[in-house]
Design a protein. Sequence first.
Length: 97
Amino acid sequence: MPKGYWVTIYRKINDPAKLARYAELAPKATTPFGAKYIARGAAAHAYEAGLKERIVISEFPSVEKAIAAYNSPGYQEALKALGNGAERDIRIIEGVE
């Protein structure tokens, strides 16, 4: 079964304190679903329409686990803590292997 990946691209960080609270809660909520951070931080380079803002890539055992993690009560609590603290785009994709 192919792995699942969350690709989270931040467009703008409006409130670093809210982001910090989210960053505290999100790993606790996603770890039970097998989440593992592959990369996180500011982009080293951005091309085409890309922004040099924060990006996070998280690996899950499957797309189903990634979706379940996103929809879990714990992660929804983390999202509430983030609130309007950041503008971002999250995509869940299936790995090629």
